[in-house]
Design a protein around this ligand. Sequence first.
Ligand code: NOJ
Length: 547
Amino acid sequence: MERSWWKEAVIYQVYLRSFQDSNGDGVGDIGGIIQRLDYLQKLGVTVLWLNPCYPSPDVDNGYDISDYCGISPKFGTLDQFDELLRQVHARGMKLIMDLVVNHTSDQHPWFQQSRSSKENPYRDYYIWRKGKNGAPPNNWGSHFTPSVWEYDPATDEYYLHLFAKEQPDLNWENPEVRQQVWKIMRFWLDKGVDGFRMDVINLIKKPEGLPDSPLPATCAEGYTFDCDLYANNPGLTDFYREMKREVLDHYPVMTVGETAKVTPEFALDYVGEPERLLSMVFHFQIVELRDNFTWGGFKAIQRKWVDALWSKGWSSQFLQNHDQPRCVSVYGDDGEYHVQSAKMLGTLLHTLPGTPYVYQGEELGMTNTAFTSIDQYNDINAKFDYQELLAKGKTPEQALAVLNRYSRDHARTPMQWTDGSNAGFTEGQPWLMVNPNYPAINAEQQENDPDSVLNYYRALIRLRKEHPVMVYGEFQEYEPEREDVYLYTRSLDGERWLIALNLTGRPVEAKRPVEGEYQVLLANYPDPDVQGESLHLRPWEAVICCL
Ligand code: NOJ
């Protein structure tokens, strides 16, 4: 298999408005990231992915961009960005940007022009249609509003927005739009950035004719949110091919596509060798298990992806991001076995095939927050879901209970640096509440504790850097049907490692899958019991052994 830096990378996601504030306005910023580069370097991560930091009205926290080649004054200046990039590179790390080009902000000059008249040269930059008998052009439901269509009285037409009405979708059928996107990409690549995370990049191709969804309504207002219809449409790869030819082929960079509803079959079209239109994608099949999550389901998905992609294309691993609740609260135990389960999840993340993505605070085992009122939420999605739940007859308490399970704001609470005021995130008023557990869970305390989650993540990342078997080793699973343990080996050039994970909060026993003496390389308990007939694993125990 061809070796590449982005296969060997450990990528750290910086949700910068919550990472570190350097000027006391309550919002994380570029100056704050610069202050924390020592921390990131010591953690060992090799690539930083910056969530959008461009000028934006912030209807969807920066995913509504009004100027693609600037830096939001909330976060700093372009000069500060250049300095960040310089310092990241000086430390031997890389930096990738968020490319959000399925849609712009409605405040972007292109859209302002586009909506001004039907004759405007920018009209066709967006997707405008006439209504049908006083109703929107089709029955599509949006992520953050009932319909994807917003009526604009100025020209008596509707424009399409798969997300908020302030996020109109670009019309990728227009070659001029594509040229503009290539220009934006070159602007950042010429500065020296090392690639892009591409926001909802498999939604840019709309289905021919924008047909109604055949599925029943999903929202109280009668529209159908049908992501399968919006995603992975025929012709999508032609856009990727053009992007590669025009831009990516000319720079030594990586890309990761955020691709909802992607299956291994679709993914192969995007990341398959030798064409490799994208370096890798994020799939959401595990996230989609949601209330039906089982470890059996998790393992089956991992198996399916390894079987389909092994040596044909590369993949990624993540347990959370800025759109998902905290992984230790979802898959582990944020109570009694907080530390053990956070470490077990970290082990899983770094040893399964694919490039691992660590989301800020995950390396501390940061947990979900108990929000007690809708006013404590910031996220547009939470507010929409709350209204929808009420419209469907839920009580405010029931609606809050749903949000408390899934809200994106769990991931967005400020980074917990110290046990001081506002967890050391800001000297001002934080833009989103700090999780009240920061006196117990924070980086400063973990720095000084050799058994902390933070120091365990450092050890995992070091192992991955030193041992190619963790990156390129062939994957073999044992006892796949078991819900309580996860056992697999990674093998490369005669070296063979076993990863044994207890997926529960009780002791479990498993047959040793391979004979011989095991040398323990890393574990989240002292003295793992792995040499006898069976492996004895304590609650959430994780052991990496060399066989
Ligand atoms: C995916 C991003 O991760 C999410 O935060 C955003 O709301 C949507 N795309 C729309 O850009």
